[in-house]
Design a protein around this ligand. Structure first.
Ligand code: AMP
Length: 304
């Protein structure tokens, strides 16, 4: 694995790979790798000839008062994990390399960025779409891999790639969870033992809500209220939002007839955590996608 820090060097490496007829797969990250990141690297490794992972804690997607300075970092561990997953190139730019003096251009996706996390993190998605557009332009991937853990981000990036005719296939990958259901996140490191225990209510509420849909519940307001009431039982958890939305447009739905995303964010201890379940209706049958659980033997299907 080569580690590159300049735009010129990573662009040259990707140009050389393409000149040899190799397809470039790309995984953008902010580092502090866990099994969720590694699952994206494995998917990219399986589908492509040259795999690039970027590790950049992007300041423009953090708001004032958010955790930019505290964001966890472990460069040695990340390098070892990426190497073990067969990554070809790790791109590690500095902030100055990505945002030189005088930069004035941003990318904004309207509508989809306004609700859910966009409501409580104004400007966050502009930071994400701008940096991802720049990274796509630098690396020129055939395919780019994003986790369904960040369901709104995935929908926004898909919309952006379609609207801007970007020649990249955006691949969504399963949400990876701890054995007790907690969605893996670099920010889980902020949780002390009590907060870590309390945080399991988030996935628990989503599992129970999906079971209600499987049993016949179709009323979005009732599903939302069920999640709100369940999480209210955990005093250490302060809900930011729960929304029941169309999985593609992220518009609120009244009744679950289309592919639906039940998404939430909550403050637990020092962490702001997100989680979601997508419910699809193949042949009219409600089918929740809760992601996969990690286990010592490797990822397995989540069954709840
Ligand atoms: P981050 O480093 O948090 O910006 O995440 C980089 C990529 O990893 C994004 O596409 C995330 O959606 C994905 N990711 C983070 N956590 C998980 C998870 N638990 N399961 C699947 N993908 C994840």
């Amino acid at each position: 694995m080569i580690t590159l820090t300049t735009i010129a060097d990573v662009r040259a490496a990707c140009d050389a790979a393409r000149a040899e007829g190799r397809r470039v797969g790309f995984v953008p990250t902010m580092g502090f790798f866990h099994e969720g990141h590694r699952s994206l690297m494995r998917a990219a490794r399986a589908d492509n000839d040259f795999v690039v992972v970027s590790l950049f804690v992007n300041p423009t997607q953090f708001g004032p008062g958010e955790d930019l300075a505290a964001y966890p970092r472990d460069l040695d561990g990340d390098r070892a994990a990426a190497e073990a997953e067969g990554v070809d190139a790790l791109f590690l730019p500095t902030v100055d390399e990505m945002y030189p003096e005088g930069a004035r251009t941003t990318v904004h996706v309207a509508g989809l960025t306004e609700g859910l996390c966009g409501a409580s993190r104004p400007g966050h998605f502009d930071g994400v779409t701008t940096v991802v557009t720049k990274l796509f332009s630098i690396i020129g991937p055939s395919r780019a891999y994003f986790g369904r853990k960040d369901a709104q981000q995935l929908a926004v990036i898909r919309r952006m790639a379609a609207d801007l005719d970007l020649p990249v296939e955006v691949v969504g990958c399963p949400l990876v969870r701890e054995p007790d259901g907690l969605a893996l996140s670099s920010r889980n490191t902020y949780l002390d033992a009590d907060a870590r225990q309390a945080a399991t209510i988030l996935s628990g509420a989503l599992y129970m809500a999906s079971e209600a849909v499987v049993r016949g519940q179709r009323d979005a307001a009732a599903i939302r209220q069920f999640v709100v009431d369940t999480i209210a039982q955990a005093p250490q958890v302060r809900l930011d939002y729960v929304e029941v939305v169309d999985a593609g447009t992220l518009e609120p739905v009244d009744h679950l007839t289309v592919d639906t995303l039940v998404a939430l964010a909550a403050f637990v201890g020092k962490a702001r955590l997100i989680d979601n379940v997508t419910i699809t209706f193949p042949a009219g049958v409600p089918t929740p996608d809760l992601g996969v659980l990690t286990a010592s033997s490797g990822p397995q299907e989540a069954e709840h």
